[in-house]
Design a binder for this molecule. Sequence first.
Ligand SMILES: Cc1ncc(COP(=O)(O)O)c(C=O)c1O
Length: 384
Amino acid sequence: MPLGLTDLQALERDWVMPTYARQPVEFVRGEGCRLWDADGNEYLDFLAGISVAQIGHCHPALVEAIREQAGRLMHVSNLYYTEPAMRLAQRLAESSLGGKVFFCNSGAEASECAIKLARRHRRGGEVVVVTDGFHGRTYGALSATPQETKQEPFAPLVPGFKVVHRDDAAGLSDAVGEQTAAVLIEPIQGESGIHPIADDVLVAAREACDRHGALLIFDEVQCGMGRTGTLWAYEQTPARPDVMTVAKGLGGGLPIGACITSPEYADTFQKGDHGSTFAGGPVPCAAAHAVLDVVHDEAFLGEVREKGERLQAGLHDLPVTNVRGRGLMCAFDIDGAPELSTRLLIEQRLVVNATGPVTIRLEPPLTVSLEEIDDAVGRVGALL
Ligand SMILES: Cc1ncc(COP(=O)(O)O)c(C=O)c1O
């Protein structure tokens, strides 16, 4: 007999550290933009595991790539060569900044790598970050995440981070100097509720980094991998970073992250400077190849932009405010967002997420259809 939801909740209560506020649903199966719970109810997934299931749940090519690689070789460590990792590094670098890649297993680890790289570039240097940014929960990444509630219980943090308001181009420019190792910024903030950083702020960051020899690091963990309708979010901004972090959608559901440099900073790390047992394993790398095969395609990315417009247009017709986003990285504001997201899940079987008290975020698989977009908008409308 499989366990029921109440059994799972009892197990969680007794044995799982209470860090998550889970919704009262057990998912057992996924296909495309659909999920099924243990009672056989079908849901429309407009969260994609927080921007992870980039090509939908259980895409046949992704499943096959994982199955094939898992049946041949799963792990040997980075003491040896495996082809999926070397080829993936080439693909990621050639499609973005053109330098070199360090693989890791999550977004937070990608942030750690980028922060260490910055300090390796300028020893003891400061890292400038912006308000409401989110870079992960490990100590370096948390120290770069200037949010009182997340940081305060864990003091003392890693020193050497300076915070500037995310809209303050002049302030950012002033904050960068000879003492600065890097500016670390999400070109479109995700966890804060989908906030594109203004072009003038990104340009100010680029120019200040150029003036003082600091690294401009873009965190594309959430906004990368085609989410915004270009393979990388920076392609739609006036600034090109020196270093970029990716994770989430890269593996389409398997844990993998990467830190990518421009050629100039490709050899900043030396042997022994950084490492990870699981990083760049053959199975997650095979998964990433399968995701890139679908996503890195101009026609596909054009469709993502069109679908994003359709979603935003639909949301604009609803009694909500501040509809915003880029591509299929969208949000709107409404009072009581957490309660609304739970009601959408339970009553409308629509999976979305509240990033805060007034914001609902929508990040469906990039393979979502126009009909599914209209369906999702209709389900939100039905509750409002
Ligand atoms: C922009 C950004 N950076 C880093 C992270 C951390 O990623 P992970 O949860 O895989 O450690 C996240 C996660 O939400 C993110 O959105």
